[in-house]
Design a protein around this ligand. Structure first.
Ligand SMILES: [Zn+2]
Length: 192
């Protein structure tokens, strides 16, 4: 099993695997089959909620913060829109935040949710702002097999905006490298 796949499985707590709907375009079991097969309504609700959260851009109702495509165009710069809404990738070494190592917090430019602390930022040398861990309940992940690569995509828990990818070649203590697009983040220095 490839390291990224193993990593992706470890990150998720909903029991889904590579057959989850985010990759295949449809749930492995119909809703009816699940309803018939599961007695625990609470467990079912949890599973369905988990799958919806991972399904990403198909359903705007998935996230706490939602906007129409036209509204996102107005709210974001063209560069931010390309990354957050179209899963684009900024050019390496293009973000000033790559070199930002002051104390503070990194927020989602789509919904202002606090995503990363400067405490977990490190210089990965890749040209993208990199962190070894997100803040609690800040991001969600899903498998991404686009571009012929098996990667784990990272998006904002609250607005679904694409942020970047996570790899398992990061530093201690997590061994993870959250490779983020700086254009998707807004840095606010800590008040001293
Ligand atoms: Zn967001």
């Amino acid at each position: 099993m490839a390291p990224v796949t193993r990593y992706g499985s470890r990150m998720r707590n909903d029991g889904s695997s590579s057959s989850d709907p985010a990759r295949t375009g449809g749930p492995p079991l119909s809703r009816g089959t699940l309803l018939a097969g599961l007695a625990g309504a609470a467990a079912l609700a949890y599973v369905l909620r988990g799958h919806r959260a991972l399904a990403d851009t198909g359903s705007p109702a998935t996230y706490e913060v939602t906007h129409s495509d036209a509204e996102w165009h107005k709210l974001l710069t063209p560069e931010q829109y390309d990354v957050l809404r179209k899963e684009g990738t900024e050019f390496a070494f293009s973000s000033p935040l790559d070199h930002e190592f002051g104390k503070g917090t990194y927020y989602c430019v789509g919904c202002s949710l606090a995503l990363f602390s400067s405490k977990t930022k490190f210089d990965s040398g890749t040209g993208w702002p990199s962190f070894y861990a997100p803040l609690p309940h800040a991001v969600l992940t899903r498998d991404d097999s686009s571009l012929g690569m098996e990667r784990t995509e990272v998006h904002c828990r609250r607005c679904g905006g694409h942020l970047g990818h996570v790899f398992d070649d990061g530093p201690k203590p997590t061994g993870l490298r959250y490779c983020m697009n700086g254009v998707a983040l807004r840095f606010e220095p800590a008040k001293s």
